[in-house]
Design a binder for this molecule. Sequence first.
Ligand code: BG6
Length: 584
Amino acid sequence: MCSIIGYRGKNSAAPILVNGLQRMEYRGYDSVGIATKSKNQILLRKGVGKVVEVNNAIQLDKLPGNIGIGHTRWATHGKVTEQNAHPHSSNSGKIAIVHNGIIENFEELKSNLQKKGFDFHSETDTEVIANLIQLNFDEAPDVKQAIIKTVAQLKGHYSFVVIFEDGTIVGARFHEPLIVGVGKNSYYLSSDVLGFIEKTDDAIYLDNEDFVILNDAGIHIFGFDGSSVKYQITKVSKEFADVYKGDYAHFTIKEISEQPDSILQAGNNDQIQQFVDGVKQAKNLYITGSGTSYNAAEIAKYLMSKFAKIKINTVIASELAFSPDDIEQNSTLVAISQSGESADVLEAVKIAKESNASILSIVNHLNSSLSQESSLVIGLNCGPEIGVAATKSFTSQLTILYKITDKLCNGCINPDWEKVSSMVSQILSNHSKIKEIAKDLKEVSDIYVLGRGIHLPIAREAALKLKELSYIHAEAIAGGELKHGPLALMDSNVYVIIINPNDSTYNDTLNTAHEIKARGAKIIGISDKESDVYDYWVEIPTIDESLYPIIEIIPIQLLAYYSALEKKTNPDYPRNLAKSVTVK
Ligand code: BG6
């Protein structure tokens, strides 16, 4: 996802901007640029590629001036080209802008501006905002009024930071995160605290429909209606500064390896008790998420139904808008999201709230948009998850869902988390078998992951990990569904991962494995029990059968990671993907 950075202070802006963008690289991007103000001129440099590459090529960090803005772009409108990279300047060159999100009415605005004589040099919606601000500023040279007029004309979800040639910087937020960092005689603007956390942990989280003006007079925050906004400075938790890989090769393997600890940190008891009270009062319960978080929602459905006898409707966040049945009035929606910024989840929450639903959320980023929309939040407490493919956040989500279910059924599961943690450590202690399998998967074009019951959402999560990290086509199959179609695909070119712990699904799934084996496919068995039907046996420890989901996903996360290394993809930043998709 795109990243925004801005700086106004006593030091040279360019190095601060470049460093801030590098700290946010995990969000995914394909081009980078910065603009600074020097001697009443706006200077701009930008290019396609990684920050370090573009900086080596055109010395981004050498631009003069102590006021500037920067951006890494994840292409939405327009191809990945230098012209489309941000910042974009207005026709007069007196204004430059960086922007996250989408302006839905940009064509209409663009043609109106073209009729007024404006030229455009890119395919982006961003350039339209720059010229619209210029038009409004030229008509009435007052920054605040120009911004108020401009945002009133924009449709869509966006945040932008604009620099004027006199050094004024303005940041506006409408459903896309934008945070002000407050330093000593300096201000930062960023879409992520990581953009300035090294410089200050004092932050002002702009609300929706707020804009901030930074100029020689200091800082002023207004609503889109022009009203003055009182703000408070909050401390950003220092843990978000801990985003170095340490001695790990990638964030992904670091975060997979942190799971013995993150599982033990997941969720705090007071929040969980309040959450349980909220669930008990619910008339109708829904649970939603996107990607990996949705797979966690599917596990929740199973747990709550089986152990707490509570029916909960799962809905893919991006599907709620197209669901044939409306959410009943006064329902409760549980929203799961690591970032708390996934546009699909925020959209689902918006729809639910239109039916007066109360929102309970399970989030890693407690200052996120989702947290702001929720009446109750349980924090994952798993620390920053930088790798684009969710790993530790998933097992933290599961842990919290188990804790909620266990309270709802008065301790009927009673998980021994120390034991779970040590079993995860045990699996993580030896990667050799997994590395061997990853080597054999290198040339494979199709992998199937089969699971039954509670292992089916884990099979889906496994398939998603393999797609995200190794780019191998991977598909989850419900065990019993194999013979209703997918069996036709089984031949000697196919690998099938069978999730088969020794629980109530074991015998049926073992029979299914034999059916597959008979067609020549290779079988990778994830189980605490060996069988000659497996071409590869990935052993997991035996545990209370209700807890296998947390254990069995670990070797598959490792397999997806080592497959990525074999395929020479970049596990931390998979192509085309972003850590948090903040556009619909
Ligand atoms: C995707 C991420 O963009 O969004 C996935 O790459 C993640 O890892 C999904 O599961 C949902 O994100 P979140 O932050 O809402 O859990």
